[in-house]
Design a protein around this ligand. Structure first.
Ligand SMILES: Nc1ncnc2c1ncn2[C@@H]1O[C@H](COP(=O)(O)OP(=O)(O)OP(=O)(O)O)[C@@H](O)[C@H]1O
Ligand SMILES: [Mg+2]
Length: 437
């Protein structure tokens, strides 16, 4: 029999009341958020010392040299620069330095960078988001720097600086202009700090830019190992959690799992935070190993979703071709790269406005999907027919369909049956024929 109260079965008021009274694991959850700047940064002594030495002359009002910081994601580059900037500010009595922080992934065009610097310093008069010629803003900026920053130093931190020159026109020019600001300033002095997690990005820098940005050897941030991640997590966990909520070995487990990846502190912190969320949501007062494993599972899924949705459409179509080749009862036992290309080409014909790429380019996308762990594609010798990649999906098909259905151009073709799998059709030299027998 149906529950007569089914219509209002869930008592949300009671649920919230109980939740408030229930167990709590977080004392200060923010301490595990990426934006939190901890009081100390374990295992970054060397890097802090080098940056402190380079920037110390700002204490006397002299301009530090421009320099670059490199290192894989989550190695503490941004955190270290923020940490040093706070210390430097604390120790400067007169003429406090200005720090203009620009994330080039967000503020990504030369115009917007200049406008951002201007608007941050000005505080009142704003440069409009578009419209002014670059040299006009530039002149205005020089005037403002001399007037407002005066005899102090203005640090321009260009975080994710690689995004500025990657496929973008004018990236090198703006960097060149920014490294030469001092030549046109009367009072203020600027210093550029570039941060990048692409180690090879220097190759794309204009030699003139490199000569000023690369005067000092770059500061290199190495990935953390498991014990180092453990120390970082321990400090943060003390602020974030109530005493006794972490089951024995939880920190070591999170540190170990993150170290197996790229030694990324952000990932380690995310794992611990998510494990805490899961325990809190389940109204438990202890965070156990299973919460960490569940958190890891969730994070891997989030990562796959983000990765696929962030790929170029052509790569998404390649993946869709693999999906379509694997989902039908008629799907072949082994999928070869030639078939993937054939289905991919068919999809290009169905979706308006998509240009068909060469087999070579699609093969590159197949390699990228393999590196991301979404498919595997070992090369197999087919005897007389040469060598080919055997392709297999490494993520769940239903999960993949869910992700692909979020892509506008693809969501309507997820039930399309490739000609290769249609038993009544056959393809010969790019023409499709009805099979007669
Ligand atoms: N040595 C450390 N001690 C404490 N926390 C750290 C340390 N290194 C990194 N973190 C923390 O890890 C997270 C990621 O660090 P950060 O943002 O500085 O990495 P990043 O090197 O700038 O990475 P990306 O290249 O992706 O921008 C932040 O929450 C930061 O506070
Ligand atoms: Mg960063």
């Amino acid at each position: 029999m149906k529950n007569p109260n089914e219509k209002y079965n869930f008592n949300i008021d009671q649920f919230y009341k109980d939740y408030k009274k229930g167990p709590k694991v977080f004392k200060n959850r923010d301490a595990l958020e990426p934006s939190f700047v901890p009081d100390e940064l374990p295992h970054r002594n060397k890097e802090i010392q080098k940056i402190a030495e380079l920037t110390a002359c700002a204490l006397m009002g002299d301009a530090p040299p421009s320099f670059l910081c490199y290192g894989m994601t989550g190695t503490g580059k941004t955190a270290t620069i923020r940490y040093v900037s706070q210390k430097l500010e604390y120790h400067t009595k007169e003429h406090k330095p200005w720090w203009i922080y620009i994330n080039c992934n967000v503020v990504s065009t030369p115009y917007r960078i200049l406008a951002h610097i201007y608007n941050t310093i000005s505080g009142s008069e704003k440069i409009p988001p578009t419209g002014l010629p670059k040299d006009v803003i530039f002149k205005k900026l020089l005037g403002l720097l001399d007037q407002k920053v005066g005899n102090s130093i203005c640090f321009l931190v260009l975080d994710e600086i690689d995004r500025l020159i990657e496929n973008k026109k004018g990236g090198n020019e703006i960097l060149y202009d920014l490294t030469r600001l001092n030549e046109n300033l009367d009072y203020c002095r600027t210093s550029l700090i570039g941060i990048s997690n692409k180690l090879k990005f220097r190759e794309n820098l204009d030699p003139r830019v490199l000569s000023s940005l690369g005067e000092e050897p770059p500061i290199v941030f190495n990935p953390y190992n498991a014990p180092q991640l453990g120390d970082i997590l321990k400090d943060r966990a003390e602020i974030a959690f109530y005493d006794g909520v972490l089951e024995e070995g939880i920190i070591r487990l999170c540190a170990g799992l993150a170290a197996e990846g790229d030694g990324d502190a952000r990932k380690a912190l995310q794992l611990l935070r998510k494990a805490g969320d899961l325990a809190q949501r389940a109204q438990k007062d202890v965070i156990k190993r299973e919460h960490v494993y569940e958190a890891q599972d969730d994070l891997e899924k989030d990562h796959v979703i983000e990765f696929i949705l962030g790929m170029p459409l052509q790569a998404q179509l390649t993946l869709t071709a693999i999906y379509l080749l694997s989902k039908f009862p008629e799907s072949p036992e082994i999928i070869i790269s030639g078939d993937v290309y054939e289905v991919y080409a068919e999809l290009c014909g169905i979706i308006p406005g998509v240009r068909k790429l060469t087999e070579r380019r699609i093969s590159d996308y197949i390699n990228e999907l393999t590196l991301a762990g979404i498919i595997s594609a070992p090369i197999k010798s087919m005897g007389y027919h040469g060598r080919t990649k055997i392709i297999r999906l490494d993520i769940d098909k239903v999960f993949l369909k869910d992700i692909l259905s979020k892509i506008d151009k693809i969501k309507n073709i997820l039930n399309y049956k490739p000609i290769l799998l249609q038993s009544n059709k056959v393809k010969l030299k790019n023409n499709v024929f009805k099979r007669l027998i």
